[in-house]
Design a binder for this molecule. Structure first.
Ligand SMILES: NC(=O)c1ccc[n+]([C@@H]2O[C@H](COP(=O)([O-])OP(=O)(O)OC[C@H]3O[C@@H](n4cnc5c(N)ncnc54)[C@H](O)[C@@H]3O)[C@@H](O)[C@H]2O)c1
Length: 288
């Protein structure tokens, strides 16, 4: 989509972090932006900030895990702005811990948001883009969609699915000679609220087995958040890459090269049928 001026973008998870940065960047490009999010105070603040900056913006409270909520979002955007051009399926949550300690509620929450959120977004918006033969879908995956770091099993599972969906969609649209573009965004660490995802965890999927963290766990988390604050990319840097990818029709967007070696090693192991080598952690790869 070479000309974004006056076009319409919808961004799920648009109230904070990467999604808000996409909205800010698209607004600078002259787009009308609809941001959808489950966290209402953050959504209201984001709408106000965008409007103060001169953007034409719509804020919609939406739970991407709920198909009806995403269809209501599509109807609200259509009423306000008409046809949609750029769809960013970006809302996401994270949790960590070994697989033997994950509860079914953990799985239901993360699959509901990270995977079914994408499915619901495609269901609501993709037929319109294909019918009009115009537009671009950005799927926010992760480097975790190409790796299997320890303690990230459920998150990685949803992000591998996100990559697969984006890639299949790209292949389908390319084979059909369609003008609908696709980007798979695979960030490494970015300084956002993702590390505090539990703030949006619904009560009916609460972590019933959660125990108060030990002193050691608290210290590890503080050190990790300090690393994120000092080393991780800013959301605006990634938003610039996403803007350019939509404009240029770029499929793969990796925010940095820090995990590329691990991804290459995994591909080598698959090619040579070698058992996975003992895993480094995602944090080790990010800081080395
Ligand atoms: N920050 C990183 O290091 C990083 C790395 C790789 C991938 N990602 C991905 O980037 C995407 C955006 O996350 P972020 O890093 O900006 O974190 P963030 O927490 O700042 O933003 C995520 C947004 O999604 C919203 N959200 C959560 N559950 C929702 C639901 N059920 N329905 C609608 N909205 C919901 C949150 O309210 C929040 O505004 C996610 O898909 C995440 O997995 C982030």
């Amino acid at each position: 989509m070479t000309d974004l001026d006056r076009k319409v973008a919808v961004i799920t998870g648009g109230a904070s972090g990467l999604g808000l940065a996409f909205a800010q960047r698209f607004a600078i490009a002259g787009m009308k932006v609809a941001i959808a999010d489950i966290e209402e105070p953050a959504l209201d603040a984001a709408v106000e900030g965008l409007r103060d900056a001169g953007a034409e913006v719509l804020g919609v409270r939406c739970d991407v895990a709920d198909a009806r909520s995403v269809h209501d979002l599509a109807a609200a955007v259509d009423d306000a702005f008409g046809a949609v051009h750029v769809v960013c399926l970006n809302a996401g949550v994270a949790l960590s811990g070994p697989l033997h300690k994950q509860t079914l509620a953990d799985w239901q929450w993360i699959v509901g948001v990270n995977l079914m959120g994408i499915v619901h977004g495609l269901d609501a918006f993709l037929p319109g883009l294909v019918e009009r033969d115009e537009g671009h879908v950005v799927v926010t995956a992760s480097v975790a969609g190409h790796t299997a770091y320890p303690s990230l099993g459920p998150y990685s599972a949803t992000k591998h699915a996100a990559v697969a969906i984006a890639e299949a969609l790209y292949n389908e649209q390319a084979a059909a000679g369609s003008n609908v573009g696709v980007t798979a965004l695979c960030p490494g660490f970015v300084a956002t609220g993702i590390f505090d995802s539990a703030r949006n965890r619904p009560e009916n999927l609460a972590d019933a087995l959660a125990e108060p963290p030990t002193d050691e766990e608290v210290a590890t988390r503080e050190a990790f958040l300090e690393m994120i604050a000092t080393e991780a990319l800013r959301p605006s840097q990634v938003a610039e890459m996403v803007h350019d990818a939509v404009r240029d029709g770029t499929f793969w967007v990796f925010s940095d090269d820090r995990h590329v070696e691990n991804i290459g090693n995994r591909h080598d192991e698959i090619r040579t049928r070698t058992n996975p080598t003992e895993g480094r952690t995602i944090t080790q790869d990010a800081v080395d």
